[in-house]
Design a protein around this ligand. Structure first.
Ligand SMILES: Cc1ncc(C[n+]2csc(CCOP(=O)(O)OP(=O)(O)O)c2C)c(N)n1
Length: 371
């Protein structure tokens, strides 16, 4: 096995050296290798810009993906157009791979809408804030596509798979463990993709589990694998294999992408309160974007002109995003009740009426009133 850790699937060392793995063989075109780098550089730039916009009061809160680019781009690019993804709230790289415009993501974090993309069009559900809840949604969806005859058919190109994203902390949720059981027993075509970024806000991994997370899958009756989550090639190869398994009707898999959250949990959080600087410094040496850049340079797949052009594209993307955010107007308060149910609901109508009365009550307030 490569990379010095027999538990970890790795195709690129932290220094960007290509290594082989007996179970995962990957041969991509030069352009595909470059595209992985470009995706990571661009989504990192989106993340930096979003963090800056939050600091300037333009977003309510932001959950940074810094450090998790390889886990998300590698797994996101492994998806076929017909597959369905169920994200948590940090999956900006996955959303990028599903063709979702970053402005739609920022709208959600600004409080402008409740998720502004069509999950059917992008084959990516809306973000979920309730930890682990989407694993059950994904399990139900995956069981449904089996009943629809979309799994294990003769034409592999047409078969569909489902992937669900969650963190190390989410593995402690009852919902997630129920999802493991149901998907296992019903052979749901589902890939559980856990980004183990080492912390659930301030709770370190050792407060979530006594065994490596990927080993838990065995107890539920499906395979589990730990991949270097800072290695975009390895996450791509491992996820491709797990999705193929799901599409062909062989049931679920668990992937533990071993990575690190370089920044704060969200912009509301101060990680210096619960982790030491040397830990962060040691993970900086495993930076996923720098690793892919080293690989491209070592293999002479890209030169300075290429890196300059990616940087220019990233700057242009960030500038466009900033101007789009600054041009946003606040939605009408009552619009939050729209589009919740296709045919409305008596309970929701009552809530809307109550909120309308509340808003109307301000009309009578004395100017500069003490309410
Ligand atoms: C059911 C539920 N309980 C608690 C919370 C508060 N909460 C928000 S994020 C978080 C930690 C999640 O950690 P992890 O699953 O490792 O994901 P990460 O944010 O590190 O990607 C918690 C407890 C929540 N959103 N939902």
């Amino acid at each position: 096995m490569s990379g010095g850790d027999p538990q970890l699937v790795q195709l690129l060392t932290p220094e960007g050296e290509r290594v082989e793995h007996p179970d995962y063989h990957l041969q991509l075109s030069d352009q595909e290798y470059r595209d992985f780098y470009r995706d990571m550089e661009l989504i990192r730039r989106v993340d930096f810009e979003a963090t800056a916009l939050q600091r300037q009061g333009e977003l309510g809160i932001w959950a940074s993906l810094l450090g998790q680019e390889a886990a998300q781009i590698g797994s996101g690019r492994a998806l076929k157009p017909q597959d369905m993804a169920f994200p948590t709230y940090r999956e900006h790289g996955v959303a990028w791979c599903r063709g979702i415009d970053p402005i739609n993501i920022l709208c959600t974090w600004r409080g402008n809408d409740q998720g502004a993309w069509d999950p059917k069009v992008h084959r990516c559900q809306l973000y979920t804030i309730v930890i682990g809840a989407q694993t059950l949604h994904a399990t139900g969806y995956a069981m449904g596509i089996v009943k629809d005859g979309k799994v294990g058919g003769d034409d592999p190109a047409k078969n569909e798979a489902t992937i669900v994203y969650f963190g190390d902390g989410a593995t402690s949720q009852g919902d997630v463990n129920e999802a493991f059981i149901w998907s296992s027993v019903f052979a749901a075509p589902l890939v559980f993709f856990c980004q183990n970024n080492q912390y659930a806000i301030s709770e370190p991994l050792e407060r979530q589990t006594r065994v490596p997370l990927y080993q838990r899958a065995n107890g539920f009756g499906f395979p589990g694998v730990r991949v270097d989550g800072n290695d975009v090639l390895a996450t791509y190869a491992v996820t491709t294999a797990a999705l193929d398994r799901a599409r062909s009707g062989d049931g679920p898999s668990f992937i533990e992408a071993y990575t690190y959250r370089m920044g704060a949990h969200t912009t509301n959080d101060d990680p210096t309160k619960y982790r030491i600087a040397s830990e962060v410094e040691s993970w900086k040496l495993k930076d996923p974007v720098a690793r892919m850049k080293s690989f491209l340079i070592r293999q002479q797949l890209a030169d300075n002109d290429y890196f300059d052009s990616v940087r220019a594209d990233a700057d242009a993307l960030a500038a466009k995003l900033r101007s789009e955010v600054l041009a946003l107007t606040d939605p009408a308060p009552l619009s939050m009740f729209d589009h919740v149910f296709p045919n409305g609901s008596a309970e929701l109508d009552a809530q809307r009426a109550g909120f309308a009365r509340y808003l109307d009550s301000f009309a009578d307030a004395p100017a500069g009133g003490s309410r």
